[in-house]
Design a protein around this ligand. Structure first.
Ligand code: B12
Ligand code: SF4
Length: 526
């Protein structure tokens, strides 16, 4: 039996290593997971920078947090150490791995970044995993600890002096039901966050304390040029099927297991890239979910996978809201740049379906896009103005350009980007006033009380373009005004209504209790 520590950076959900952990444990190895910093700490600045810390945004890590990490690993004394991270945390992973070199234990890197760009990863680490890690890591550990030749393990690339060993990629594992459920047990888990070490608990205030995150499959049938699935579908697994779904039986069994093991579970989160695929699967799932699970949930959908029947099934199961990727309202950007075959008409239809079935929806948009022109931004605005309320728009995601993606190659050719951002394995253009202005204007469209003409007047105003902070301020005031404590899941009107209903209910029960007591007193007195 070997001892393995798996580390995830700024991501306490970390499905990748939670799957690896349960797989290794099922094969009699001992695994600890360390969440080094959590999602909500991304971009969170530390007041005072001190020597020995790491301060390259989006990471701000104190020297104390780094020491806590090194001391903890020293104490756990593992035989193997694995890191899982995304592009923003590349520099930090290099630093943390360097700090552990003196322990002389194999350090393996894995995850999407490494899968996309193993060459870059091997400049800093000797062993990297390209693709899925369950069988790969197990095989490596078992060969390595028995002093056998581990250099031919499929999916692993090694640096051996000046040589690089590139092993074959194994096909995506066909039957996901074979894998044990991801390891969300609180035992043997550590969190290093906010300068402190937490043991055997989820990060305080994390929604993991009340929500269960589940992934019912892996992969996506679409191939947007900025997304890892495009690379998986076309380059890593050509002629193979990366998209796989677990059986309904297996997903329901996991849900039941999570409900049984989490006393305060109130909400389910399906984090599949697109949950609303496969109508027959959803029909069967819907039948079981509403009878056996009965918990509110959310999931991602896509304009092309938003049929009425499917949304009705989800509504019937108690869906709370869905997140739909619209990304842009410009068909030029959608088709020619993103390879998203979703016309404006299709997007509007999808949102009308969701809205008419009575489901709340949240929109994802991509900003900071060097391919975008003024006309494209207007197209996004005019599309948003056609969508049925109520909806919420997430803070606009910047277009991160990852190595080897089609869109990145094109942006490099066109000279839109030059060097990767320090500490990250991706390119991002510099944010200018015009980006901030349009992001805020686009998000104004979620407020029903602002008329189209008001928003269009704002969008045309030259002065505001040069002073985007004014539009941002308006947006922030409106968000506070519309949503209770800024929480978009709690629109104030609805919240007040629910409090009033609650008050009425309390009054009714109190009155009936008083009546009962008075009745008893009367009996007693007579
Ligand atoms: C669900 C999800 C989230 C969830 C949950 C995160 C999680 N990791 O579970 C949340 C909402 C928190 C999230 C947040 C973010 N996400 Co996200 N997310 C995803 C998504 C859709 C699925 C990830 C997943 O769970 N897959 C299933 C698991 C089982 O697969 P896996 O993680 O790849 O792990 C396997 C292998 O990679 C390998 N492996 C992984 N780690 C290791 C380690 C070792 C040692 C070994 C040997 C193997 C190994 O083995 C695993 C099992 O087979 C992916 C897209 C995708 N399809 O991958 C994007 C994705 C990972 N996210 C992305 C981004 C950009 C973000 C955010 C920055 C978004 C934002 N603006 O805030 C944040 C950053 C979070 C962070 N700290 O890294 C990008 C990352 C791109 C990149 N190249 O870095 C992706 C790839 C989407 C994309 N644009 O292509 N995300
Ligand atoms: S639909 Fe979403 S998950 Fe699928 S390829 Fe496009 S961006 Fe990626």
């Amino acid at each position: 039996m070997s001892k393995i520590v798996l580390v995830s950076l700024y991501d306490e959900f970390c499905f990748g290593i939670r799957y690896l952990s349960s797989y290794l444990q099922a094969n009699r190895h001992s695994v600890w997971i360390i969440n080094f910093k959590i999602l909500s700490e991304i971009n969170k600045k530390i007041e005072e920078e001190e020597p020995g810390g790491y301060y390259i945004l989006p990471c701000c890590v104190s020297s104390k947090e780094i020491s806590l990490f090194v001391e903890l690993i020293e104490k756990l004394n593992p035989d193997y150490i694995g890191f899982s991270f995304t592009a923003n945390f590349f520099g930090l992973t290099i630093l943390l791995s360097e700090k552990l070199k003196y322990l002389n234990k194999p350090i393996i890197w894995g995850g999407v970044v490494v899968t996309l760009n193993p060459e870059s990863a091997l400049e800093y680490n000797d062993i990297v995993c390209v693709g899925e890690g369950e069988e790969t890591l197990l095989e490596f550990i078992e060969l390595h600890c028995n002093n056998k030749d581990y250099t031919k393990v499929k999916n692993l690339w090694f640096k051996n002096g000046a040589n690089i060993i590139k092993n074959e990629v194994r096909p995506p594992y066909p039957n996901l039901d074979d894998f044990p459920f991801p390891d969300f047990d609180q035992k043997k888990k550590f969190v290093i966050s906010d300068g402190k070490l937490f043991e055997n608990q989820f990060p305080p205030a994390s929604h993991l304390n009340s929500s269960a995150m589940i992934i019912s499959g892996r992969g996506c049938p679409y191939s947007c040029t900025y997304c890892c699935n495009n690379y998986f579908n076309k380059k890593l697994y050509p002629k193979m099927t990366f998209l796989r779904r677990r059986s309904v039986e297996n997903v329901v069994a996991e849900l039941k297991y999570r409900i049984k093991t989490m006393s305060n579970l109130t909400f389910i989160e399906f984090i599949d890239d697109v949950f609303t695929l496969h109508r027959d699967w959803l029909r069967e799932f819907g039948d079981r979910y509403k009878k056996e699970i009965k918990k509110p949930f959310w999931c991602f959908t896509h304009p092309s996978a938003c049929k009425r029947e499917i949304i009705e099934i989800l509504k019937d199961c108690g869906i709370s809201y869905t997140v739909i990727g619209i990304q842009s309202g410009s068909e030029r950007i959608l088709y020619d740049v993103f390879n998203r075959r979703t016309s404006r008409e299709k997007i509007i239809n999808a949102c009308n379906i969701i809205n008419s079935v009575g489901v709340r929806y949240i929109i994802d948009l991509i900003g900071l896009n060097p391919f975008e022109t003024e006309q494209d931004r207007w197209d996004t605005l005019t599309l948003l103005l056609k969508l049925p309320h109520p909806f919420f728009i997430h803070p606009v995601n910047p277009l991160a350009l990852y190595p080897k993606h089609e869109i990145t190659e094109r942006a490099l050719e066109l000279g839109y980007i030059q060097a990767k951002r320090t500490g990250r394995d991706c390119f991002l253009i510099e944010e200018e006033k015009i980006h901030r202005f349009w992001n805020a204007v686009h998000r104004l469209s979620q407020f029903e009380d602002l008329s189209d003409s008001t928003i269009i007047t704002i969008a045309k105003d030259e002065n505001l373009r040069n002073n985007p902070e004014i539009v941002e301020e308006l947006l922030s005031v409106l968000l506070k005004f519309y949503y209770y404590k800024g929480n978009w899941l709690l629109p104030k009107d609805e919240y007040i209504k629910s409090l009033e209903n609650e008050r009425k209910k309390i009054q009714v029960t109190q009155k009936s209790k008083i009546r009962k007591i008075l009745g008893k007193m009367k009996e007693f007195l007579s």
